[in-house]
Design a protein around this ligand. Structure first.
Ligand SMILES: NC(=O)c1ccc[n+]([C@@H]2O[C@H](COP(=O)([O-])OP(=O)(O)OC[C@H]3O[C@@H](n4cnc5c(N)ncnc54)[C@H](OP(=O)(O)O)[C@@H]3O)[C@@H](O)[C@H]2O)c1
Length: 327
């Protein structure tokens, strides 16, 4: 008889209250997978959409990422007892995710974390956020030292990580927030300039055009974000803080600028051959955070037994940073 483990499941779609504690068979890894004993996990907007039944792919055991200890690894890619992060690779989508006590993760989606003093809940705030921000900046946008970068939605968790990484790479970052009182904070984080986030930003910034643009606000400002990017530059849309409504009356022949490269990033590709996790310096990132160079502490930490409060906070969109659940 297989062993059992605790899990939080989505038995039916709805509000935070639908999440249920249950017991399920403990996962058994096959070759090419690692079984991780989950110690903490970051909570993601996608999990709220999955819980509500609004996502294309979902699993009753949701959870896109975690940090924990390798319990078994049949192929030996990771030693038993190693501290690791697991992220994407179908977690919470095509396979059970990190809301279980244990989770099997394809080895391509596991990252070794060397010795660190960071507690589990602080480590848990990093994998999805920093892997996404790093891939956006350095794989898709190919950000280079000295280039100008516009980050729209820079106070979001992904935006803050992108600002930290871009400033560290000596890019000249203009960061946006809707709140005047946060402008100085963004400058303090390394933005060379901070401006108010609003529709018509291209009018406000007049002739300024950026080498690269990271648009986390989404479709609502897609076309003007292209207009804010120079000919030959790149505009990447990787968020939808302004909602998922499509761009109305979109006519590229009339509305798009010539010569600006536009692309999209979705973190579900992390760990695929085009976006290998081995390229992402997560260990260096952990070190910087441990040494206090960057602040990446979770905004809210909840106990495993308090998932309903964690999802209420997620639904409120008012966490002010990453929400983490720890065992
Ligand atoms: N592409 C991917 O793979 C990927 C991965 C993870 C997340 N995402 C997406 O990336 C975005 C950021 O995620 P997150 O978890 O980092 O967000 P978050 O931490 O929840 O961001 C919250 C902040 O976003 C800003 N914001 C909220 N509504 C806004 C609006 N209507 N217009 C402009 N700014 C708004 C607010 O900052 P101010 O009040 O300071 O303006 C708010 O404090 C989300 O759309 C998320 O779904 C994408």
């Amino acid at each position: 008889m297989s062993e059992a483990m605790k899990a939080i499941t989505i038995p039916t779609f709805g509000g935070p209250e639908v999440l249920s504690y249950t017991t399920v068979p403990k996962s058994t890894p096959i070759l090419g997978e690692a079984l991780i004993h989950v110690r903490a996990f970051g909570v993601n907007h996608a999990e709220m959409h999955m819980r509500k039944g609004e996502w294309d792919e979902w699993n009753p055991i949701t959870g896109l990422e975690c940090v924990g200890i390798v319990e078994t690894c049949p192929g030996g890619e990771f030693p038993v007892g190693a501290k690791v992060a697991g992220v994407m690779g179908g977690l919470g989508r095509s396979r059970p995710g990190s809301y279980g006590e244990f989770v099997t993760v394809p080895v391509e989606n596991v990252i070794l974390i060397e010795d660190t003093k960071l507690p589990w809940e602080e480590l848990a705030a990093l994998p999805e956020v920093y892997c996404t921000a790093w891939s956006c900046l350095f794989t898709v946008l190919d950000l280079q030292r000295g280039e100008t970068l516009l980050i729209r939605g820079a106070t979001s968790t992904i935006g803050q990580a992108a600002l930290n990484l871009a400033a560290d790479a000596s890019a000249l970052v203009t960061a946006t927030t809707r709140r005047e009182e946060r402008l100085e904070w963004l400058r303090g984080m390394g933005a060379t300039d901070a401006v108010l986030e609003q529709s018509g930003l291209d009018q406000q910034l007049q002739t300024r055009r950026f080498d690269k643009t990271l648009n986390l606000v989404g479709n609502r400002v897609l076309l003007e974000s292209i207009r804010l990017t120079r000919t030959g530059g790149r505009m990447l849309q990787a968020g939808w803080l302004g909602g998922l409504a499509p761009v109305e009356d979109f006519n590229p022949m009339v509305q798009m600028e010539s010569g600006v490269h536009f692309s999209l990033f979705h973190s579900k590709v992390l760990g695929t051959p085009d976006f290998p996790l081995s390229a992402i310096p997560l260990q260096d990132i952990v070190r910087k955070i441990e040494n206090g160079v960057w602040d990446a502490k979770p905004a809210k930490v909840f106990e495993y037994g308090d998932i309903h409060s964690a999802h209420k906070m997620l639904d409120s969109h008012d966490a002010g940073g990453k929400i983490v659940v720890k065992h």
